[in-house]
Design a protein around this ligand. Structure first.
Ligand code: NAD
Length: 255
């Protein structure tokens, strides 16, 4: 896509955002790369380094749990030290204006909340990696003590309350999707008049089903992504551009 085409797309998006009465923002790993967190599928992304650990393996194999925590703490600093970028801030501004009913995210880094979007407006489809919880009783745990014990002697955490396995509060491959978040996302997709999919390759299902659902029920679908996605053919507008500058310009929040 030429720069001129992307610019025209951004101008169009600006108008759409102004006339929308109910917008849903849907984000993927691409919105956080400008904060220094690699995505999954770009060159150098997480998948070029690791094959994901399946949930069943985590549950049944101590070696898989150890490898899972090793990976977590190998990348912990990147996520723990990341700050919201222009893309997150532009979305936070749209939420402040009052026309965005929900930010549905596949991300697990907590950066939408850190950018000022109220917690109850963010729907985390794949959970959150900034804390851990017991898979049995759901008690939540800070990562710091778990990290210290793991790095000291590879200790695997177990729940102090019920003895259950502790895992980061993310949804792994093979793990059930969170019911309440799935239900709310569906309601939001059905109720919006503008659905904005940002920084996602739109190939991970069921999350990638929401843009299509919104479009089918009459919403305008806009995709902002550096490269083509699995759903470009469905979209009313596709902007192939860097997210921070594109959203900054579309919301007048660039600096
Ligand atoms: P993905 O890696 O499949 O797709 C990301 C897309 O964003 C790519 O198409 C890439 O071209 C585009 N992109 C990257 N940086 C961009 C930029 N600055 N401007 C414009 N486009 C950019 O990610 P996905 O679709 O979200 O699916 C992968 C899964 O990975 C999700 O389930 C998510 O939970 C998980 N994940 C999350 C994080 C995070 O929380 N930050 C990071 C990596 C992976």
């Amino acid at each position: 896509m030429s720069i001129a085409t992307a610019r025209a797309g951004v101008a169009k998006l600006r108008q759409m955002l102004t006339s929308s009465r109910r917008t849903v923002v849907f984000t993927g790993a691409g919105i956080s790369t400008e904060s220094g967190i690699p995505d999954f599928r770009s060159p150098g992304g997480i998948w070029s380094k690791y094959r994901p650990i399946d949930f069943q393996d985590f549950m049944t194999s101590e070696a898989a749990r150890r490898e899972s925590w090793r990976r977590k703490f190998a990348t912990h600093e990147t996520v723990a030290g990341a700050e919201p970028n222009h893309g997150h801030l532009a979305i936070a501004e749209l939420v402040r204006r009052g026309t965005v009913s929900a930010v549905i995210t596949q991300n697990i880094d907590g950066l939408h909340q850190a950018s000022g979007v109220r917690k109850d407006r963010v729907i985390e489809l794949h959970g959150n990696t900034t804390y851990a919880h017991c898979l049995n009783c759901r008690r939540e745990y800070d990562l710091d003590p778990i990290r210290k014990a793991f790095l000291a002697n590879q200790t695997l955490p177990v729940c102090g309350a019920c003895g259950g396995l502790i895992k980061t509060a993310t949804v792994s491959f093979g793990q059930a999707m969170p019911e309440a978040e799935m239900r709310r996302s569906k309601e939001e997709a059905l109720a919006c008049d503008l659905f904005l999919a940002i920084g996602s390759s739109l190939v991970v299902y069921p999350a990638a089903g929401f843009p299509a659902l919104a479009k089918d029920s009459g919403a305008t679908l806009v995709i902002v992504n550096r490269e083509p996605t699995g759903l470009d053919d469905l979209a009313d507008l596709v902007i192939n551009a860097e997210i921070g500058p594109a959203l900054g310009a579309a919301t007048d929040t660039s600096r």
